[in-house]
Write a protein that binds this ligand. Sequence first.
Ligand code: ZN
Length: 156
Amino acid sequence: MQFDGYLPEPCVLEPEQITEYPDHLELSEELQEQLKQWSVPQAAEEDMDPDTYYDCVLSNAPGWKVGGWPAWNSTDPRPRPCSECGTGMEVLMTVATFEEGDDAGNSWSPYPHPGAGPYPGHRGYNATGVQIGSGYRQHLFVCPAKPEHPHIELMT
Ligand SMILES: [Zn+2]
């Protein structure tokens, strides 16, 4: 197949509404400092690294999603102005290689459904079989002022 890794495998779609927050790098220095103080006891309770606790547990949910915040795993945040009108672009959707990662603790585990369990052909945290780069995510940004303005993408 010419596009092996880009064509999703048939799988069950069970959307859930979640709340996530901006990457810590998008917050003010004052808020970052408050988060640092808050993360120490929180991370200790869950035996996690306080330096990455917020981003792993509250910030960017892994997996495919509509809306939400971009993950800045491989680059620093930078403004994404619309090429037509200059409005700051927002994430329309994210296509992800993995639904949840080893560093995400249990906060992003899918909501358990009664009777749900492993099904034939279950592929764990890569149910779609889609592979973005070496396990990355692909964000599609859209202009919130005029959706018909050109979209941009970012792989993180
Ligand atoms: Zn625009």
